[in-house]
Design a protein around this ligand. Structure first.
Ligand code: PGA
Length: 220
């Protein structure tokens, strides 16, 4: 059985109260999920609460942040750096198309962010939009997320995703895992995870509902 990563990207969603409710309804630890790494990437404001929950419940969940400063500590108003993130998380999403589009992040910015993640012992979950997206050195975990599939209910085909995953791994020998993201649901997750070169999913909208996310993990 291959190892899978099932990652929730909550984006800019959930208050403290809503996150607590989500956790109460999400009974992950009842599941036997030895081959699945389940990672929640909440907004920064919720990382501390989720970390406490994990410690108090001996939970198998892992945490990731959705961004990282390209700088170390210092006079960078509004930024959160790797040293701060690593107190709570093991992973960081870098290069999501929403950040490229809405915050004008460039390939150069993203390389600096990957560097910062590595320097602080965080594993980058590096998002690519197609097989030509530049991937910085040091990335081992990639999420293929075609823009047309994000939040549209219109996922790419598992066959095309498998083709891209294979190409990406051939071109970049250090990339161990390629995940798929874009309109993943409990009803389609296993069409992706049964493909030999797809190692899991980055789930946006469907991860906001704890029962749907649980079903995605079970069906993966
Ligand atoms: P979606 O988002 O699952 O809502 O399509 C995926 C993502 O943007 O990571």
């Amino acid at each position: 059985m291959k190892n899978l990563f099932i990652i929730a990207n909550w984006k800019a969603n959930k208050t403290e109260f809503e996150a607590k409710d989500w956790l109460q309804r999400f009974m992950i630890d009842d599941l036997r999920i030895t081959n699945k790494e389940v990672i929640i990437c909440p907004p920064f404001t919720l990382l501390s609460n989720l970390k406490s929950y994990i410690l108090n419940h001996n939970s198998l969940l892992k945490l990731g942040s959705q961004n990282i400063s390209p700088f170390d500590a210092g006079a960078y108003t509004g930024e959160i750096n790797g040293d701060q993130i690593k107190e709570f998380a093991d992973y960081v999403i870098i290069g999501h198309s929403e950040r490229r589009q809405n915050f004008s992040e460039t390939d150069e910015d993203l390389s600096k962010k990957v560097e910062m993640a590595k320097k602080n012992g965080l594993t980058p979950i590096f998002c690519i939009q197609d097989e030509n997206t530049q991937i910085p050195a040091g990335v081992s975990l990639v999420a293929y997320e075609p823009i047309s599939a994000i939040g549209t209910g219109n996922p790419d085909t598992p066959e095309n995703t498998e083709k891209i995953a294979t190409l990406v791994k051939e071109k970049n020998k250090n990339i161990e895992h390629v995940l798929y993201g874009g309109s993943v649901m409990s009803s389609n997750i296993n069409t992706f995870t049964t493909m030999p070169n797809i190692s899991g999913a980055l789930v946006g909208g469907a991860s906001l509902d704890p029962l749907e996310f649980l079903a995605i993990i079970k069906n993966a």
